[in-house]
Design a protein around this ligand. Structure first.
Ligand SMILES: NC(=O)c1ccc[n+]([C@@H]2O[C@H](COP(=O)([O-])OP(=O)(O)OC[C@H]3O[C@@H](n4cnc5c(N)ncnc54)[C@H](O)[C@@H]3O)[C@@H](O)[C@H]2O)c1
Length: 351
């Protein structure tokens, strides 16, 4: 059972599980809130993935499924960090927090294992903005000559990094969900894992400025549309690590094998330093692949939830599962390019 199953990550996982377990009953549960998710439905039908149109804000929609599952992956969300309290009907809180509780209430009765896709955005904004940085020609680097903070090393940000001050509404709903999951583990014996994911991107993501900007970057190069470097001097030197969903799928499988010993644990999951990129560097990669150059404006002003650098230190996951991401930045971007070429009309209608 995958909630948000028609979204970018959820739909990728549905397909991977169906390939790995062809006889399994895979349910993609989604309210199709995200534009583009509807394009997965025909393909689900062909592959024998069952789509259920439902909303995690409504416990009755989840209960109505009336089945039990070995595994429940909570991958639905309003995933934009720019979403504010003014979003209609408190959508982010209702989905990302109350919806998660509804999923937990179902999962502890009707599912063997529960996996939650949390976010690196649970880490507090001010300490993230205070990470000592050096400015290189194409990106910011962590300045290890300065005092290193708790949870930070040359490898990036680990699970001990502060979460105790403001972290965006999105981050707060994810952190609050994490706390409740751990309570369900302790109080009700739920078997659950929390994965704090950095940026995940790849084919099938209908990116937009507010979320999915790496896919949007490639799409705008392909469709020759303008872009903008926003914040931190407006030079495009902000850095993120990125993760292909197939690398996420791999670590989820390792986690399931070991679930009994690690229930309630939190893991940072991301591309790490080896699979990190700045927007400026991404522009060069997109230019090389598409042979297109697009106008890029500059806006020096940073949004109050934006951060100049996030690189996941996934050492804990490596130690626990002998896992590390395998897909390079170039391969992720090429994969996005191939998806756009193959689905040009659909992709263009959304971007
Ligand atoms: N993509 C990333 O970079 C990233 C990084 C960290 C964490 N995550 C988390 O991974 C999960 C998947 O993200 P994604 O990138 O696939 O986002 P997405 O927007 O592509 O997918 C989310 C899906 O959830 C559905 N949804 C939204 N509200 C719902 C509701 N109330 N009921 C049922 N379905 C609902 C949407 O229609 C969409 O199909 C989310 O929980 C997100 O917070 C994503």
């Amino acid at each position: 059972m995958i909630t948000g199953g028609a979204g970018f990550v959820g739909s990728y996982l549905c397909r991977m599980y169906k390939e790995k377990y062809p006889d399994a009953n895979i349910v993609a549960f989604d309210n199709l809130h995200r534009r583009g998710s509807e394009f997965n439905l025909n393909d689900f039908k062909k592959r024998g993935i069952r789509f259920v149109h439902g909303d995690i804000r409504c416990p009755g929609d989840i209960e109505a499924i009336g089945e039990t599952f070995d595994l429940f992956i909570e991958a639905s969300a309003e995933p934009s960090v720019l979403i504010g309290l003014n979003c209609p009907d408190n959508y982010a809180i209702q989905t990302n927090l109350i919806g998660t509780i509804n999923c937990l209430n179902f999962a502890f009765k009707h599912a063997g294992y529960f996996i939650f896709l949390s976010s690196s955005r649970v880490y507090s904004i001010d300490p993230l903005r205070n990470i000592p940085l050096k400015e290189g020609d194409t990106r910011f680097y962590i300045d290890t000559s300065k005092d290193i903070m708790k949870g930070l090393s040359v490898k990036g940000i680990n699970e001990d990094f502060p979460t105790n001050t403001a972290r965006s509404l999105y981050g707060a709903t994810k952190l609050a969900s994490e706390l409740l999951i751990q309570e369900y583990v302790r109080a009700y014996g739920l078997k659950a894992i929390i994965n704090r994911c950095g940026v995940i991107c790849g084919p099938g993501q209908f990116g937009k400025v507010e979320q999915g900007v790496f896919t949007l970057w490639m799409a705008n190069h392909y469709f020759k549309k303008p872009l903008k470097y926003t914040g931190f001097g407006g030079k495009g030197k902000q850095v993120r690590d990125i993760l292909h969903p197939k690398d996420l799928f791999e670590v989820l499988n390792f986690q399931i094998e070991k679930m009994d010993g690690i229930s309630g644990e939190i893991f940072n999951i991301g591309g790490g330093t080896d699979v990190s990129v700045s927007l400026l560097e991404l522009t060069q990669i997109c230019k090389k692949i598409t042979q297109n150059e697009v106008p890029i404006e500059s806006d020096e002003i940073s949004h109050n939830v934006d951060i100049p650098l996030f690189i996941t230190d996934y050492t804990k996951a490596t130690q626990a599962f002998n896992w590390k991401p395998k897909t390079s930045v170039e391969d992720i971007v090429k994969d996005i390019y191939r998806w756009i070429v193959k689905n040009e009309d659909t992709v263009q209608s959304i971007f």
